[in-house]
Design a protein around this ligand. Structure first.
Ligand SMILES: [Zn+2]
Length: 82
């Protein structure tokens, strides 16, 4: 999974939901903390803004993740997937 591309997409989601700068920074911290640990759980940007914890599950290596809590799908470009 190309996390850096997915991260860009989740930040875009936060921006489109009118997230504040502190909210985005906190999300970024959660993301970095998650990625640094084995068995990490990536936070869903939509659920995060509603104060719910959730996890994003990868559907494939080609740029689709789905939130287990709200069911939103997030797609991102993965230039490394051929
Ligand atoms: Zn969600």
């Amino acid at each position: 999974m190309a996390l850096e591309y997915m991260f860009d997409e989740t930040i875009g989601q936060l921006n489109s939901q009118s997230a504040t700068e502190p909210q985005i920074k906190r999300y970024q911290a959660l993301w970095n903390e998650a990625v640094a640990h084995p068995g990490y759980v990536l936070p869903c940007p939509r659920c995060y803004l509603k104060g719910r914890s959730s996890r994003l599950k990868s559907l494939s290596d080609e740029g689709v993740v789905v939130c287990e809590a709200c069911g939103n799908r997030f797609e991102y470009d993965n230039p490394e997937a051929q």
